[in-house]
Design a protein around this ligand. Structure first.
Ligand code: HEC
Length: 108
């Protein structure tokens, strides 16, 4: 009888505490994404709101990408996984890609 009362409490505790880190991971780490953007992508793209001049006028500024209607994690993932005519194929690890996408979308 006593055991039956304890088990539901434990189960509830785990379901309450587990989703938070999982969600945070899915959403990407904006701070790390900003670092990647500043070290890799800024060679061509405007990567921050205050930055006015794009090193490469053909590369869309990240704030503009973020403001594009319908821009989602899915659309950016697809964009980064397909090759572009004038953008070199930069190989990002899946977690780096997720973080940089989280950063771009944080500019909305
Ligand atoms: C050497 C220059 C260069 C670097 C470095 C670069 N880009 Fe680009 N990127 C471009 C150019 C030029 C375009 C636009 C033309 C094209 O799509 O090829 C572009 C387009 C894009 C687009 C829009 C694609 C689309 O389908 O509309 C995204 C998203 C993007 N870049 C993300 C990134 C990210 C994230 C990084 C850093 C990890 C990065 N770029 C690094 C040059 C670059």
């Amino acid at each position: 009888m006593r055991i039956h009362m304890i088990i539901p409490v434990l189960t509830t505790a785990t379901t309450l505490f587990e989703p938070a880190p999982l969600l945070a991971q899915d959403a990407g780490d904006v701070g790390h994404g900003r670092e990647i953007a500043q070290t890799i992508c800024s060679a061509c793209h405007v990567v921050a709101k205050g930055q006015l001049v794009s090193p490469n006028s053909e590369a869309p500024p990240f704030p503009a990408l973020a403001a594009t209607p319908g821009m989602t994690v899915m659309a950016l993932t697809a964009a980064l996984l397909t090759s572009h005519r004038r953008m070199p194929n930069i190989i990002l690890q899946p977690d780096e890609r997720r973080d940089v996408i989280a950063y771009i979308l944080s500019l909305k």
